[in-house]
Design a protein around this ligand. Structure first.
Ligand code: GRF
Length: 200
């Protein structure tokens, strides 16, 4: 049997999208293995899941390194030693160092909770996104999965799903409904993407 592609999941928070990936793997909807979890935050809720599942887990905080080069060298070392094929940013709140983007061209995916190219870019994260969608009077919102390049929320869009913005919607209610769709869209888009790319 051919070994499944090795994914590294990067996260900063509760990790519900990470759990959705693991769930899809368990249910054989996604043919991949999460071989590494990287977080910038020791308190990220998602780390409980990775530790419980005995997935190799590394916390890398930029502030613990003297230079950006040392930080990205450490990150690259982890990714190389686990022979990672694809990186998935599942709620990772830091910019990816250019050295990582160069080493993984078109091999880094991100999930964003709005319909890019609208409502993306620096500062557009968490509740700010949903507040902006509602105040702009949008009738639809929904998550986007896209490739990561050096500009925030800019790379090629791989998957997107729209849901209506309901009358009386609050940022919290919209966030909750968009998140449910994220949990379907992310594993599906990863599998679709793995089907079309050729891994070494
Ligand atoms: C999601 O809304 C995702 O779109 C955004 O960060 C959030 C992460 O949530 N990039 P979780 O940690 O996966 O629960």
């Amino acid at each position: 049997m051919i070994n499944p592609p090795k994914i590294a999941v990067f996260l900063s928070g509760r990790g519900s999208n990470f759990s959705a990936i693991l769930d899809a793997i368990d249910r054989k909807l996604l043919d991949a293995e999460v071989s590494l979890v990287i977080s910038n935050d020791l308190d990220a809720g998602g780390l409980l899941t990775s530790i419980r599942r005995q997935i190799p887990t590394v916390v890398l905080e930029r502030a613990c390194f003297k230079t950006g080069n040392e930080f990205s060298a450490k990150m690259l070392g982890c990714l190389r030693s686990h022979k990672i094929d694809l990186i998935v940013l599942a709620g990772y709140m830091r910019k990816i160092p250019p050295a990582i983007i160069r080493e993984f061209p078109r091999r880094i995916l991100n999930i964003h909770p709005a319909l890019l190219p609208k409502f993306g870019g620096k500062g557009m994260f968490g509740h700010f996104v949903h507040e902006a969608v509602i105040s702009a009077g949008e009738t639809e919102s929904g998550p986007t999965v896209h490739l990561v390049d050096e500009i925030y929320d800019h790379g090629e869009i791989l998957g997107q799903r729209a849901i209506p913005v309901l009358p009386g919607e609050t940022p919290e209610s919209l966030a909750k409904r968009v998140l449910e769709i994220e949990h379907q869209l992310l594993p599906e888009t990863i599998q679709n993407y793995l089907n079309i790319i050729k891994l070494k």
